[in-house]
Write a protein of this length. Structure first.
Length: 364
């Protein structure tokens, strides 16, 4: 091999490394805290959802900075889901002063043993009679999904959301133990897929439905790689006026992204949902690409989390990571069908709890 070929090979390796580092920096930048450490009336959330074999999990790192200064706190949340069993959820609240972060790169900490970085999620909390511990390792996705039109991020919205890592591969463990008896309630070896999102603002939405899937199969039951669905339906409120629902979503199919979240797309999008004692269902449609998603859920799979808003009000989030969905759309006249069986992530948020009294988090 001559010198020119060696130099060319070194240059290609260097370029690949630079691209990789640049892509990783995208997630790092979008995950940096929006809170300046001083302002009142702010909430912020970093959460992870995932699946490993028949288990679903939901991990949240949160802060609530109240408007009056009397309900400031940082929180660590963990919920585990398994079909046929009640979900388990624990939340430990810390003084806001125990939240810290790095300014030049993404690393947040709550207390001494809970952290989230660009490549790792770690936690250890005692809540009531439970001890929960986890460590998950992952590589950044390399691209970001923005739920809102780009211009919307420059508007004074009450809440903003984006996914710095819309598709992740996790390795690690999650454990939940009964402190009194020493019995392990859950000892999960995690090797699966998931997702990570960043939310911030002054107040949670009035009502919302969210869904995500990145374990998809085709009509023959074969896995479809480099593919995911991500979407939400939001109802905002301005004073006493409740605004019409907006549905914003995207489908990534075999490495190609199709977005339905621009201002021009919104008028073609529609949604219907039912979250009650009789049925849990969410359907999203668009005339663009004849898109349709239908999620069907089981009420016994859901857990309810109570969120604080900086103004002192509450929102109630009903979440599951083990539901099922069907997706249909057309590409160049060809109809595509995808299926997500027992690994669909979804939640319904409202200003009152659902009537059927779902399982609730344990708090301390």
């Amino acid at each position: 091999m001559n010198v020119e070929k060696i130099e060319l090979k070194v240059k290609k390796i260097k370029n690949k490394k630079e691209v990789k580092e640049k892509n990783e920096n995208i997630a790092e930048k979008e995950n940096l805290p929006r809170w300046n450490g001083v302002s009142k009336g702010h909430y912020e959330v970093w959460y992870i959802t995932g699946n490993t074999e028949e288990i679903g999990f939901w991990i949240r790192y949160t802060i609530n900075v109240s408007e009056d200064g009397y309900k400031d706190w940082a929180g660590i949340w963990l919920a585990i889901f398994k079909n046929g069993e009640k979900p388990i959820g624990v939340c430990r609240k810390y003084p806001l002063g125990e939240f810290s972060w790095e300014k030049k790169h993404f690393l947040i900490k709550i207390g001494e043993e809970n952290m989230l970085s660009n490549t790792k999620a770690k936690g250890k909390i005692n809540v009531k009679n439970f001890r929960a511990e986890w460590e998950l390792n992952f590589e950044p996705t390399g691209y970001v999904f923005k739920h809102l039109p780009e211009a919307a991020y420059h508007l004074p919205l009450e809440t903003e959301v984006l996914a710095p890592n819309p598709e992740l591969n996790f390795e690690g463990f999650i454990k939940i133990k009964d402190i009194e008896t020493g019995i392990e309630i859950r000892n999960i070896n995690v090797k699966g897929k998931g997702y990570q999102t960043h939310i911030w603002g002054k107040k949670h939405a009035f009502r919302w439905v969210w869904g995500h899937a990145n374990i998809l199969k085709d009509e023959n039951g074969e896995p479809v790689e480099d593919s995911f669905f991500e979407g939400l339906t939001v109802i905002a409120k301005r004073g006493p006026l409740q605004l019409p629902p907006l549905s914003l979503f995207a489908i990534r199919y075999k490495g190609e992204m199709f977005e339905f979240n621009n201002f021009g797309d919104i008028i073609y999008n529609s949604a219907r949902w039912k979250f009650d004692d009789e049925k849990i269902e969410w359907e999203v449609r668009s005339k663009k690409m004849n898109f349709r998603l239908l999620m069907r859920g089981k009420k016994e799979n859901f857990i309810m989390a109570t969120y604080d808003d900086p103004d002192g009000s509450n929102a109630f989030c009903h979440n599951s990571e083990i539901e099922s969905a069907e997706i249909e759309f057309e590409i160049k006249g060809k109809k595509v069908k995808l299926f997500c069986d027992g690994t669909f992530h979804t939640e319904f948020g409202a200003r009152t709890p659902l009537e059927y009294s779902p399982t609730k988090f344990f708090y301390e």
